[in-house]
Design a protein around this ligand. Structure first.
Ligand code: HEM
Length: 131
């Protein structure tokens, strides 16, 4: 399956989880996990879907090792940051390093994405269209 679709699928799963958590928070009137809800939706649903859209409009960027590293970092960032945050908010302060590792993965994913975009942007016109 193409990388763009991997981004889309993880984004949609995150959207379902984030919205589900939002509904659960509303029903329980317990907003302890609101930061988790916000980050699952924004790092997961919104960011991953936008990354996927880029690879759909620029398919020549998809088949590179850098694009796979981008995906791995973005998904690791989502899982580690929201997982760590969930456990921290439930009283497990010791898990702060996991949350920080997730945040570093997320920002590294964005930095790798910048390189992917710059490489496409500065590639010669013909090379950019055939990869
Ligand atoms: C079924 C869909 C959703 C439900 C039921 C839901 C529910 C909630 C609830 C109950 C809160 C807490 C509000 C408060 O305490 O004032 C909240 C906060 C938040 N939600 Fe959602 N949400 C949904 C979808 C989304 C989506 C798709 C995003 C982003 C793409 C999002 C981003 C946020 C953010 C950033 C906050 C924090 C707002 C603040 O700090 O004031 N939510 N949501």
């Amino acid at each position: 399956m193409r990388l763009a679709y991997w981004f889309f699928i993880v984004a949609i799963l995150a959207g379902l989880a984030g919205m589900g958590l939002g509904i659960q928070m509303g029903i329980a009137h317990d907003f302890t996990l609101m930061p988790v809800h916000a980050h699952v939706n924004l790092l997961g649903w919104a960011s991953l879907f936008l990354y996927g859209l880029y690879y759909r409009v620029e398919p020549s960027a998809e088949g590179t090792a850098l694009a796979v590293i981008h995906f791995a970092l973005a998904v690791s960032g989502l899982v580690l940051m929201t997982g760590g945050l969930t456990l921290m908010l439930q009283g497990n302060e010791a898990l702060m390093p996991v949350t920080i590792a997730g945040a570093l993965c997320a920002i590294s994913a964005m930095a790798v994405f910048l390189i992917v975009v710059l490489r496409r942007g500065f590639a010669p016109r013909r090379a950019a269209s055939i990869g």
